[in-house]
Design a protein around this ligand. Structure first.
Ligand SMILES: Cc1cc2nc3c(=O)[nH]c(=O)nc-3n(C[C@H](O)[C@H](O)[C@H](O)COP(=O)(O)O)c2cc1C
Length: 202
């Protein structure tokens, strides 16, 4: 028996999508069953078309399944990812989170481990504030927040962010050091989920 991890993300131009895939890989490596899900795009076509990278990403990820509330019911653990929007969580992910009231009332997300990841253009452009804003929701859900801390060399190698994997997009696409930190974060989430369920950990 293993654990089930839902990786739910929003991404406009692909950085957070890449982190989400790496997190999913890390969770799978720890033996978890993973659902990788994107939340629906809310922006009008005119805004998307104004940025060719955004349009290209929308088209490239059309095949990624869209997150549903069933994914949150199904999962034993959550990894939520969002790009920074003025130091905050993107409206697209927030909209999905704001549909979880019924699940919250039933305590579906309570006692389950949860973690976050993000990308801002600038190193100091709001990575931490976005993660902390995301973690407000986890507090309300009653989830067990599993941030990376400084628990592995991979965290230091990716810039040393103990709140969650964060990619400065000004550097280009996430490089191997950042993807390794995201994989580690996924492995850590799945491992702690196993421990909470009393399952054997390798
Ligand atoms: C409306 C808007 C607000 C943004 N706010 C910030 C910000 O506060 N700080 C920052 O560094 N980057 C900001 N960005 C840049 C994005 O966070 C950045 O491009 C991010 O890495 C994109 O991730 P993605 O490729 O997954 O979409 C903003 C972008 C948009 C469109």
């Amino acid at each position: 028996m293993s654990v089930k991890v839902a990786v739910v993300y929003y991404s406009s131009t692909g950085a957070v999508h890449q982190l989400a895939r790496a997190l999913a890989e890390g969770a799978e490596k720890a033996g978890a069953e993973v659902r990788l899900r994107r939340v629906p795009e809310l922006a009008p076509d005119a805004a998307i078309d104004a940025n060719p990278a955004w349009r290209a990403h929308v088209e490239a990820t059309a095949g990624v399944e869209v997150a549903t509330l069933d994914d949150l019911e199904w999962a034993d653990a959550y990894a939520l990812g969002s790009p920074t929007r003025f130091g905050n969580v993107a409206a697209q992910l927030k909209q999905f989170v704001d549909t979880t009231g019924g699940l919250w009332q039933r305590g579906v997300m309570a006692d389950k481990p949860a973690t976050g990841f993000t990308s801002a253009h600038n190193v100091h452009g709001g990575n931490e504030s976005t993660l902390l804003a995301l973690y407000n929701t986890f507090h309300h859900w009653g989830s067990v927040i599993v941030s990376p801390g400084f628990t592995d060399p991979a965290v230091y190698a990716a810039g040393g962010n103990p709140y969650g994997t964060a990619h400065p997009a000004a550097n280009g696409a996430p490089a191997e050091n950042v993807l390794a930190a995201a994989r580690y974060q996924g492995t850590r989430l799945a491992t702690i989920a196993k421990r909470l369920k009393g399952l054997a950990v390798d």
